[in-house]
Design a protein around this ligand. Structure first.
Ligand code: GLA
Length: 382
């Protein structure tokens, strides 16, 4: 967590509202493997990181609420009895959506002011959105003593994204951001919404992210389309979610499903299995197997699930050319954002340099390299 970030929101809050705020830090997340499995009630393997959203929040006596997105230099004022999604549909809806979803539970929130700023670039696929949602609900719960559990809070954050932002996301991002454990990744069962922490020590290897710095439009509608395809095929199979299906089950309905949708369901079923295998590989400290599963995940995301893009595929190809990279894949919803790479520590910098130069040459733009620490979830900063 960046102390600078915390200080910036604190100072801005005091300057603007003349009182001391409550400070909340809410992290973004990475995901080792298990992509697009969460809304299929399957398994995922995320971890909270040391980058995220810092928020300064306090009750307000002004008769309305004020929210300031410091990095965008953007301010909104709103009244609690007149909440509706903002048509511009940017950061405002994450804040407004959380408040509206709390109200839907017949819980009364008072007026408040909030200043926030993040150090995850939007579109990086590291879930700055879940970090923002969680920071708001966590701060309000504390300020107004709402009595919400962490589980209640992540469901509120997720609903905000469904109903105010319009993305029918699963629970992975909000969960990882809220429940993160330092130095651990969380093997999360998205049906029971319970996880097992895995202490991550890859010894002479480490995780490295490379951000394509692109976010292709259509990603939200493509996301919702994928979810709808998975749900329609699980309906056809007469099951609750694709988590309950095997490849053999899917084979039986092959004739009734469009070929491209068959491929998508096949990906979701296979990725869920890979996630279980990855947990075993980590337990056995078998990094070669883990790396192979990570490459297979990308292959499925790109060719079957069709949520990758040229920039992501290119960075994964760069990784494959380097024998010190055991695995690489796109991470998050797709259509841009980061790749996650499992790379030998001594070779990480050299690989980052070669991949960055090749990327620049191919796309005439820069990618960005991040090393992240696995960190604790959303918390108050004293
Ligand atoms: C986005 C969503 C998550 C998850 C991933 C893909 O990050 O918010 O719920 O579905 O995409 O794994």
């Amino acid at each position: 967590m960046s102390t600078k970030l915390i200080n910036e929101v604190k100072i801005k809050f005091i300057e603007t509202f003349n009182e001391a705020p409550l400070l909340v830090f809410s992290p973004g997340r990475i995901n080792l493997i298990g992509e697009h499995t969460d809304y299929n009630e399957g398994f995922v393997f995320p971890a909270a990181v040391d980058k995220g959203i810092a928020a300064a929040i306090q009750k307000s006596n002004s008769g309305h609420c004020t929210a300031i997105a410091l990095d965008l230099d953007s301010t909104i004022e709103f009244e609690l009895d007149k909440l509706k999604p903002s048509p511009e549909g940017s950061w405002e809806n994450y804040v407004l959506g959380v408040v509206a979803e709390i109200q839907k539970k017949n819980i009364v929130v008072g007026n408040f002011n909030i200043v926030f700023k993040g150090d995850i670039p939007g579109g990086a696929g590291m879930s700055s959105s879940a970090a923002l949602e969680n920071s708001v609900v966590f701060g309000l719960n504390e300020l107004f003593d709402l009595g919400l559990t962490k589980h209640d809070m992540i469901l509120i954050s997720q609903k905000a994204e469904h109903n105010y932002v319009g993305v029918k996301c699963g629970i992975m991002d909000q969960y990882a951001s809220m429940f993160g454990v330092e130095n651990n990744a969380l093997h999360l069962d998205c049906r029971t919404v319970e996880s097992k922490p895995f202490e991550i020590n890859f010894k002479d290897h480490q995780l490295m992210l490379i951000n394509t710095n692109v976010k292709h439009s259509l990603s939200d509608s493509a996301y919702n389309d994928r979810r709808a395809v998975c749900e329609s095929i699980s309906d056809l199979l007469g099951i609750k979610a694709l988590r309950d299906a095997t490849e053999a089950d899917l084979e039986k309905v092959k004739d009734k499903v469009a070929p491209e949708n068959y491929q998508k369901a096949l990906y979701a079923i296979q990725e869920n299995k890979r996630t279980l295998k990855a947990a075993k590989a980590i337990e056995d400290a078998d990094l070669d197997t883990l790396g192979t599963l990570i490459y297979q995940s990308h292959e499925g995301l790109s060719n079957k699930y069709k949520v990758s893009c040229d920039e992501l595929d290119f960075l994964v190809e760069q990784a494959k050319k380097n024998k010190h990279v055991l695995g690489a894949r796109m991470m998050g919803g797709g259509f841009g954002g980061c790749t996650i790479n499992l790379v030998a520590k001594t070779e990480a910098k050299a690989f980052a340099d070669v991949a960055s130069q090749a990327y620049k040459k191919k796309f005439d733009k820069d990618c960005s390299v991040y090393f992240v620490k696995l960190s604790n979830g959303t918390h108050i900063v004293k």
